[in-house]
Design a protein around this ligand. Structure first.
Ligand code: UDP
Ligand code: MG
Length: 150
């Protein structure tokens, strides 16, 4: 089963949207595998966004990400990375369809309230960076997987 790293950014936390974002991944059928409120350092965020370090918006992005705590989570399930990105919407919230998280709750690209891994390889890298002690996927009880997967 695939895993993805989803993070509520400081604006999403401050605006009280953690529950809303959790709710959508839960309702879709993905399994919550890890969840933590964190206060990352500048160095940690620079590592997370290392592919973007040459971009003009990079310093502003790091400053934004340092403006408050974030909520990191790991979700597990079939095509969790690709579908996670669909649940979030486009990077630019104004280009995101209503019904997606960014489409419903955000306007500016630099205040787009959430992060989602873009490939399964990057997801595994991000999970290792944010949950260095590892995460364990326990088998879900009550036969719920049989109600979600055929
Ligand atoms: N970002 C920005 N300005 C831009 C492009 C991106 O501030 O022109 C920020 C935005 O918060 C985005 C993050 O940088 O979510 C990472 O960019 P990426 O292209 O990886 O978008 P994502 O994967 O988050 O959709
Ligand atoms: Mg990205």
């Amino acid at each position: 089963m695939e895993r993805t790293y989803i993070m509520v950014k400081p604006d999403g936390v401050e605006r009280g949207l953690v529950g809303e974002i959790l709710k959508r991944f839960e309702a879709k059928g993905y399994q919550l595998t890890a969840l933590e409120l964190m206060h990352p350092t500048k160095e940690h965020l620079e590592e997370h966004y290392c592919d973007l370090k040459e971009k003009k918006f990079f310093p502003g992005l790091i400053q934004y990400m340092l403006s408050g705590p974030v909520v990191g989570m790991v979700w597990t399930g079939k095509e969790a990375v690709k579908t996670g990105r669909k649940l979030l919407g486009e990077t630019n919230p104004l280009a995101s369809l209503p019904g997606s998280i960014r489409g419903d709750f955000a306007i500016d690209v630099g205040r787009n309230i959430c992060h989602g891994s873009d490939t399964p390889e990057n997801a595994e890298k991000e999970i290792a960076l944010w949950f260095p002690r590892g995460v364990k996927t326990l088998k879900r009880e009550k036969g719920i997987d049989a109600l979600i997967y055929e």
